[in-house]
Design a binder for this molecule. Structure first.
Ligand code: ADP
Length: 510
């Protein structure tokens, strides 16, 4: 357990948000813990406080600053596989903004201004009640916050799937209590805050993404106008070596813009782990054998790799683009190619491709049973079939060496791939858990040897991943630290987040 906070501090927080909105007993601490961290105690919070207004956030920051406390801001705290609602530094107070749920919708311009507590389901319901003139982009597990997900560079599956890239204007409370608005929001009353991303002078929106430089209290986002039609195909490929040619076929279409959405090539376990559990197939520890893999694939009729491609927009344009896709994919001889199409007015498929929130993929976490979960390992690769095949072979060999089941995908961006690995764990299996940490450290080192770095990581690995970004003796971290020292020298806001520590709280890397 973390050191209990003094009753006077808790009283000071209660005076700001009311006594029902401070959470500092043992059950509360457990509720905000990361149930999937390899060692829970490392990230044990002192408790949580839940404001509803920007003024309350400012007042909480003042108390934390006076009392020498660190706050860990979360929006909804559903960052599964990356730390959930838990702070990096044990003893921090979680600043839970899940009760701040205002939505401002500019229907004419297709933008929203959101408070952190707005979940994907909230925004979906809101847009639906207004006729669904704009679509969302949702992550695979959509139980979290729209703002929180964009702040951790979450991704979805529509043309608006790179969430951090669609941010337009932020309001943040800084460590000294100052409220700032970025971009056109700095011009009091500007009607263009959510329309022009850069403002005048340096543009700061991205400074608040994957950082600890401020507490985001509002975020502007662009939404995709509802398309007239959606066309595409779901494809299955039979052999591990089909990955390279598939990437080389999709990449030019993505760069050219014929394909505007970011497809994800997932392996068989990514598809199967939501349909079955490991114990239905084997009770042997260690990585699954080829015979078991073949049996599971046969039962569920899934390829070694699967991918879904989707086109959005005018039907006439989609039809022409579809013919190009069909030709490119047929040339690869997939084991299955299932066309799909939708038109305005027809019932819509509930999926990531239509921006419908879902939580079913979370079922993956139950693969091993027990207290199941997953830890992410997600290096960025170039969009090259050869590079992806080499990464796959190298990593798959490590999975076998460490006795882990390979669950991975290669997700396209415009110019890059993210090789998302969800390392499936079970906290009730000590033998398995003992292998997880050395395995992840090995994967990080293997990627670094290729010049690859991760795009996002669990709390446990933030310093390790930061250390791989080492050009010129880690000069990027010198800059980050100088900015942190200037804005928040005492580490009131999330010290250690993304490897950024102020000098006075250098708990991680010296
Ligand atoms: P989600 O509920 O979508 O999973 P989280 O609330 O868990 O998102 O946020 C993910 C991470 O982003 C958090 O761990 C935190 O580091 C950061 N974060 C979330 N909300 C804020 C915010 N409002 N201000 C600053 N950082 C935030």
């Amino acid at each position: 357990m973390a050191q209990p906070l003094s009753p006077s501090v808790i009283a000071a927080f209660a005076a700001i948000v009311g006594k029902d909105n401070v959470f500092f007993d043992e059950a509360d601490q457990l509720a905000y813990q990361d149930k999937f961290a390899i060692d829970d105690a490392l990230h044990h919070p002192a408790g949580a406080v839940a404001p509803t207004t920007v003024e309350q956030v400012q007042a909480i920051v003042r108390v934390a600053s006076e009392r020498g406390l660190s706050l860990w801001p979360i929006s909804r705290g559903k960052n599964l596989g990356y730390g959930g609602s838990a702070p990096l530094l044990a003893g921090s107070v979680v600043l839970d903004m899940s009760r701040m749920k205002k939505i401002d919708y500019d229907e004419a311009n297709g933008t929203v201004l959101l408070e952190p507590g707005v979940g994907f389901y909230d925004l979906y319901d809101f847009l639906k009640s207004r006729g669904m003139k704009h679509w969302l982009s949702v992550p695979g597990n959509s139980w979290g916050s729209v703002v929180g997900n964009a702040l951790d560079r979450g991704v979805g599956y529509t043309p608006y799937g790179e969430h951090a890239a669609r941010i337009c204007g932020i309001e943040a409370v800084m460590a000294d209590g100052l409220v700032v608005r970025t971009g056109m929001g700095a011009l009091d009353g500007a009607p263009t805050w959510q329309l022009y991303r850069f403002g005048f002078g340096p543009s700061w929106d991205q400074m608040f993404v994957q950082s600890n430089f401020g507490i985001v209290t509002k975020m502007g986002l662009w939404l995709m106008p509802a398309p007239e039609s959606l066309m595409g195909m779901d494809l299955e490929f039979d052999r591990p070596e089909d990955l390279g040619p598939l990437i080389d076929a999709i990449a030019p279409l993505r760069r050219e813009g014929l394909l505007q959405q970011s497809p994800t090539i997932g392996n068989w376990l990514r598809a199967a782990a939501v349909l079955t559990t490991r114990d239905q197939w084997t009770d042997k520890p260690g990585a699954l054998g080829d015979d078991v893999i073949a049996a599971i694939r046969k039962k569920f009729n899934v390829g070694w790799w699967g991918v879904s491609l989707r086109l959005y927009g005018r039907e006439s344009v989609n039809k022409a683009a579809y013919a190009v896709l069909e030709q490119a994919m047929s040339a690869l001889k997939p084991m299955a190619m299932r066309p799909t199409s939708w038109k305005t007015g027809e019932p819509m498929e509930a999926s990531g491709w239509t921006g419908t929130p879902l939580t079913m993929p979370m079922q993956n976490a139950n693969w091993h049973g027990g207290r199941g979960g997953h830890v992410g390992f997600s290096p960025i690769l170039p969009q090259s079939g050869a590079a992806a095949m080499a990464q796959f072979q190298r990593t798959y060999a490590r999975y076998k060496e460490y006795g882990m089941d390979y669950q991975a995908s290669f997700a396209f961006g415009e110019r890059h791939l993210i090789n998302v690995n969800a390392v499936l764990i079970n906290k009730d299996d000590p033998a398995l858990m003992g292998r997880v940490d050395p395995f992840l450290k090995q994967l990080i080192a293997d990627a670094k040897a290729q010049g690859y770095g991760e795009y996002r990581t669990h709390l446990d690995y933030m310093d390790a991943v930061a250390a791989t970004y080492d050009f010129n003796k880690g000069s990027l971290w010198q800059i980050n630290r100088k900015v942190k020292d200037a804005l928040d020298p005492n580490g009131v806001i999330a010290p250690g987040k993304s490897g950024i520590w102020p000098t006075r709280k250098a708990g991680g890397r010296a």
